[in-house]
Design a protein around this ligand. Structure first.
Ligand code: F6R
Length: 362
């Protein structure tokens, strides 16, 4: 049931404030983070390995920044199809966490089976709590996104991010990097997420206008730095999946190592630049693109857009938030731009060609 929306994807994008509220309810207990039994004692771990495919892999890549920055816990990341055949050594005191909306992805399941008996503990961050990946794990961490029907993952991604952020905060506390009062402050921020996401959904109209122009492009680049890099990857994946426009993402600092050769007036460049500690660096990369005739779509908050100055092709203003929340917030413009570009192109948004919701063969 699309509940009045034109596509499941539109419904699932709009549902995000509500489903994240559910996710938070399941994991928050006052000023504490409560994990399902048997819990995870992050103080006893030296390393995490996060493995997944596609969008879930980008959730892992985002979470790596959180675990490393908040909890000083080193994280290895891999796509499941590489991990399973590379057969990497898994050092002692490593927990392996597998992230999968469906819980049935063949490569992710095979990667999990490889880690069994080698990792200290196996965790599953899944939407389907009765799935095979959940059943074969030591701890099941449900994301509570509700059924996701659109083939392109949207609400599952932001709910995965929410659970992974809470795990990183729990890890920070277990490992002595977060006092009780700092934890209370961070959880206050986390609790503000649904309201902020609601506010951000107001960019739908400008996002649709910009998408009409994006729909004429043959190639589109996404740039992001730091924790925005995985969001740029997710934006490019979403766009190519449903609009069939060729899109690629780069860490902004990599631009001058090759991809800048692609820039001309025909290539829109979408820059994800919240006002964090890397803002100035990203903006200077943006200016390098502009100097070569590239058309910039800047996604930042109002103050960031003003600070970046004139000359951008277009800008999409986001609410101002603490850097802790930007990855989850900036998933929305990534989704909305992909969605509206696909709608303008008239593609089958919920059932893109060649793709299946659950990839149960390798
Ligand atoms: C992208 C998308 C896919 C899935 C991937 C993993 O929009 O939906 O990239 O994220 O196939 O699927 P799960 O999470 O079910 O393992």
């Amino acid at each position: 049931d699309k509940a009045g929306y034109k596509h499941f994807m539109a419904k699932e994008i709009a549902e995000q404030p509500a489903v994240i509220t559910q996710t938070l309810q399941a994991y928050l207990d006052g000023d504490r983070i409560r994990l399902p039994e048997p819990g995870i004692d992050f103080a006893s771990l030296d390393r995490l390995t996060l493995v997944a495919c596609g969008t879930a892999h980008y959730a892992c890549l985002t979470a790596k920044y959180w675990f490393e920055q908040l909890a000083a816990l080193p994280v290895d990341i891999d796509v499941a199809s590489e991990f399973r055949y590379r057969e990497p050594p898994i050092p002692a005191r490593t927990a392996a966490i597998f992230v999968s909306q469906s819980g049935e992805t063949a490569d992710t399941l095979a990667a999990l089976r490889y880690a069994q008996g080698k990792a200290e503990m196996i965790g599953a961050v899944v939407n389907v709590a009765e799935s095979t990946i959940a059943r074969e794990s030591d701890i099941v961490l449900p994301i509570h996104a509700g059924a996701e029907i659109g083939v392109a993952s949207t609400k599952a991604f932001t709910c995965q991010l929410t659970v992974l952020l809470l795990l990183a905060l729990k890890a920070a506390q277990d490992r002595g990097h977060l006092s009780d009062s700092d934890m209370a402050e961070k959880l206050g921020l986390v609790r503000s997420l649904p309201g902020i996401l609601n506010q951000a959904l107001a960019i739908e109209e400008p996002a649709s206008d910009i998408s009409r122009r994006l729909s004429e492009a043959r190639d589109i680049l996404f740039l992001g730095r730091g924790i925005m890099y995985p969001l740029a990857l997710e934006g490019a994946l979403k766009l190519k999946e449903i609009s069939y426009i060729h899109a690629e993402a780069y860490a902004s600092g990599e631009l001058k190592h090759g991809p800048i050769a692609l820039i001309d007036e025909h290539v829109p460049v979408i820059v994800m630049a919240p006002r964090d500690n890397l803002f100035d660096k990203t903006i200077s990369n943006m200016q390098e693109v502009m100097a070569r005739g590239g058309r910039i779509l800047l996604i930042s908050d109002q103050a960031g857009i003003e600070q970046a100055g004139s000359g951008v092709w277009s800008a999409l203003p986001m609410p101002t938030v603490d850097p802790l929340l930007t990855p989850i917030l900036y998933a929305l413009p990534a989704q909305l731009l992909a969605y509206h570009t696909a709608v303008h192109k008239g593609t089958d948004v919920d059932q893109p060609r060649n793709l299946a919701k659950s990839v149960t063969v390798e």
